[in-house]
Design a protein around this ligand. Structure first.
Ligand SMILES: *Cc1c(COP(=O)(O)O)cnc(C)c1O
Length: 397
């Protein structure tokens, strides 16, 4: 997923132009900016790219989640359902809004399991947040059907899946809102940054005003009228906007490169006995940032990982990952926060408890799963070497 590999002259030029104009702020400075609004342009181009009618740039993918949840009216007393395999930011944002995260199992799509979702909906569920993990689609159509039937809006955490589509429709545009991250390891990077997209003008308006202290953004400019509600500051700056515009122009080529590199390795891995692949709802639309596969047992996965590491091409064992896997979020299980009151874990109605063993299916699936991040810079020689390693390791299994 690494856009950082393709930071080049274009980005330098775009950033220098912002510095020469001397306008770092996305709003105001009309006299100095000569009609140039880089953050606004990034929003317009990102909306056009994804097919959403509205896009709001923010400071990070975490901020995007926070802003989107706030725009949807999520707060204390609500439950928000998400999955036990995601980056910690997903549930941090939910807790930060005052709501309580409820975790679902993932299935072999490595994303939210629709069957478990059905079991976890209660009369307190205010929002469902599936995460399109590792560049590919969640079972979003099934999830949307369940959500619609229950009358609950969906927010898609699309932080890892810029450039990914399902039957030609960009992920992040299926639910009421979608969020993206442009941090240092994401496909499209601004160093730090995020985006909220929606087809709902009211949710967009809420998000836009919330991310700018609640300042009225209608009918003209900002802060000219009153405020409808309190907000915060999650504004993106012009330097990030310039980086975003430049990187977005490269996104299709990044995705095409990832797909070609991934296909070469997948073909080789398919010949390894006992290997099966992550379920992809639409392989043609996969942004191909990762190649994820399963072994028949955790022991086989560990053995295969050991052999790959000896050959100098280590794979990621998700079952042991402390950033993305529910069983290893010790601070969540401990309910640890800096607040002296114990908030957001200690609540008037009792403590929110998270048992490390609560998601056995997720744990079992991740412990059989290995993956490689697909790099843009791999050339033919590197791919050939990796293919040879796969063949050698397969023979030793
Ligand atoms: C990266 C990521 C985020 C958070 O994005 P930041 O820009 O780092 O704040 C949220 N959700 C997922 C699934 C991510 O991978």
């Amino acid at each position: 997923m690494p856009g950082f590999e393709w930071l080049g002259k274009e980005e330098t030029k775009a950033v220098n132009e912002v510095m020469q104009r001397g306008v770092l702020f996305r709003y105001e400075f009309a006299d100095q900016r000569q009609g140039v609004y880089m953050v606004r342009r990034f929003e317009e181009e990102f909306a056009a790219y994804t097919g959403a009618s509205h896009a709001l740039a923010v400071t990070s993918g975490s901020a995007a989640l926070k802003v989107a949840l706030a725009a949807m009216g999520v707060g204390y007393g609500d439950e928000v359902i998400t999955q036990g395999f995601t980056f910690v930011a997903t549930w941090e944002a939910i807790l930060d809004c005052g709501a309580k995260p409820v975790f679902c199992e993932v299935d072999e799509s490595l994303c939210l399991d629709p069957e478990d979702l059905k079991k976890k909906i209660t009369d307190k569920t205010r929002c469902i947040v599936p995460v399109h993990m590792m560049g590919a689609q969640a079972r979003i159509n099934e999830i949307m059907d369940i959500a619609k039937q229950a009358g609950i809006p969906v927010l898609e955490d699309t932080a890892q899946a810029a450039g990914c589509t399902l039957k030609g429709k960009h992920v992040g545009t299926f639910g009421a809102m979608g969020t993206f991250s442009f941090d240092s390891v994401k496909t499209l990077t601004c160093g730090e940054g995020g985006m909220v997209i929606s087809n709902d003008p009211e949710l967009y308006q809420n998000a836009s005003e919330y991310h700018d202290h609640g300042h009225d953004h209608k009918p003209v400019g900002r802060g000219n009228e009153g405020r409808r509600f309190m907000g915060m500051n999650f504004r993106m700056m012009e330097l990030q906007g310039a980086l975003g515009v430049t990187q977005l122009a490269k996104l299709d080529k990044m995705v095409a490169t990832q797909r070609a590199n991934k296909a070469a390795l997948k073909e080789a891995l398919a010949r390894v006995p006992g290997v099966s692949f992550r379920y992809l709802p639409d392989e043609a639309g996969d942004s191909a940032t990762f190649l994820a596969w399963f072994h028949e047992t955790p022991e086989a996965a560990t053995r295969f990982a050991g052999l790959l590491a000896e050959e100098g091409v280590p794979a990621i064992p998700w079952g042991k990952n402390t950033w993305h896997a529910y069983p290893h979020w010790e601070h969540l299980h401990a309910g640890a926060s800096l607040a002296k009151s114990g908030w957001p874990f200690d609540r008037p109605e009792g403590r929110a408890e998270y048992d490390a063993d609560a998601l056995p299916q997720t744990d079992a699936i991740l412990s059989r799963c290995l993956s490689w991040q697909i790099m843009l810079g791999w050339d033919e020689a590197r791919l050939k070497h990796m293919t040879e390693v796969i063949n050698r390791v397969a023979a030793a299994m």
